[in-house]
Write a protein that binds this ligand. Sequence first.
Ligand code: ATP
Ligand code: SF4
Ligand code: MG
Length: 393
Amino acid sequence: MSEEVKNLNKEKDVKAPGIQANDLKLKPIPEGSHLLEVDDLKMYFHTRDGIVRAVDGVSYTLDPGETLGVVGESGSGKSVTVMTIMGLIQMPPGKIEGGDVRYRGQSLLKMSSKEMEAIRGNDIAMVFQDPMSSLNPVYRIGKQVGESLRIHRGYTKKQAMERAIELLDMVGIPNPDQRVKDYPHQFSGGMRQRVMIAMALSCDPDILIADEPTTALDVTIQAQIIELMKEMQKRNGNAIIMITHDLGVVADMADKIMIMYAGRPVEFGTADQIFYEPIHPYTWGLHNSIPEQTIDEKKPLTPIKGNPPSLIDLPAGCPFAPRCPYAKQICFDKKPEKYTDETGHYSFCHFADDKDFIRAHQPETSRTNPNILRGPASAGSQSASKTATGGEQ
Ligand SMILES: Nc1ncnc2c1ncn2[C@@H]1O[C@H](COP(=O)(O)OP(=O)(O)OP(=O)(O)O)[C@@H](O)[C@H]1O
Ligand code: SF4
Ligand SMILES: [Mg+2]
């Protein structure tokens, strides 16, 4: 690495080109605040068919170096939540109906689009759900990986290319000095996902948002990508928001987990609470549908029956009531309030503080056998750690 590039890469170096002393990631987090605070966020879409309540009261906090897992079925509002944080929702039809998002104490929702442009990719970066549509097929990989550095840090073409080679090497792409000249279609799915991670990490962001980064990949490659993200986090100290529909994916990775259903959080807690002491029936349903969890091989998996409700026409009571095996009349008549225990573990269920109800229905597996709570991330983690820096075929 040339001295010039070494100097540019000094962590959060205020003297580096493009980095301004007023860059938000250089500012201390105000006393009593968190790195990121999502506070009762509501994002609705006003469509011809009616109002789609895509995100309806999502709250969580994230601190430096932490990993938050966001888990829920398709259409539960996971992507819209993070796209709102990133200022990427088209408005209209989208409209913020309430709440706030604060990064280092400052409201992102009040920022101009120019201010948001400075934050995107630099302070908060995202790995999108579909790498092929996020990579431009007509530009070489090296140019795309170096682009943020040119925009945010004022790197020259040569400096950006040098750094792109280093970043590709860091995420385990073999022969990076040759591969920077390739186009996206010359890379496998797993390699493209690695490229997306390299791009997202290029400006040393405070927060990396990964929206289902492994869904399209087979289990072994999934494990490698997750291991790589963990390794990068250790190296860079960034916080991660990991979005997935598969509880098993965040088993080995998240510090805390938010379970979403029909645009709302239904349960939030530490990873241990969500895995060993889950209190919401929807979370129980997710547990019962993880194959790795079944202790007794003869015990069949129990998928959650039925489909999520329309976000235009939500049930009057608990949105999960039509599918919940434990629903009582009150569930159909009245929306459950938020119940939070002294540790901050919360749930929206009429019976969230009913210990007998929970004891009677909480999946046996969650409470008794920690070894079965291992999803694809750890199932392949040994091979993943070996190959995370060694590239993949
Ligand atoms: N531009 C839009 N106009 C109207 N509705 C929208 C728009 N964008 C998203 N939605 C709706 O918002 C809801 C939440 O979508 P979102 O993409 O956040 O789901 P998701 O949890 O990320 O699902 P998946 O796992 O399939 O990615 C869905 O019902 C979706 O149809
Ligand atoms: S409120 Fe009722 S329907 Fe909703 S999750 Fe709890 S028990 Fe099930
Ligand atoms: Mg999504």
